[in-house]
Design a protein around this ligand. Sequence first.
Ligand SMILES: [Zn+2]
Ligand SMILES: [Zn+2]
Length: 139
Amino acid sequence: MTNTLTRAARETIKASGLTIRAFILENQGDENWHGDDCGCTDDRCIGFHHEEHEECGCLPVLIEETKKQMSRRALLENADVALEAMSLEELAHLRAAIEGQISDSVQWMRKYGFWTWESIAQRLGVTKQAAQQRYGRVR
Ligand SMILES: [Zn+2]
Ligand SMILES: [Zn+2]
């Protein structure tokens, strides 16, 4: 494992509860750090995103994103086991949270024109009409 992360960067990462190894693996896909010494994945962060004597604003954002990605993967990997252990109330709560998030994601993708209704329907495993009836009409 090679990394050139500054002491400050390593301390910020550790203080967040992540290990240096997990942070690097999650952001680079291998054990070597190719980003800038300050902890930004952009190898030209120092001197461009901020000056050398300034704190890196990218690192805290990246740490938050890294945590989100890690919990997302943990949830996906353990979904079956976790769901089996849940009460009806918890399942209902989760279903509402998932429905809300699907709706938000669809609105967002439609608003910025990233996906067509065909593409959304395909991803959700429903017909185009079903997707439009359920998630359309909100402007
Ligand atoms: Zn940066
Ligand atoms: Zn930086």
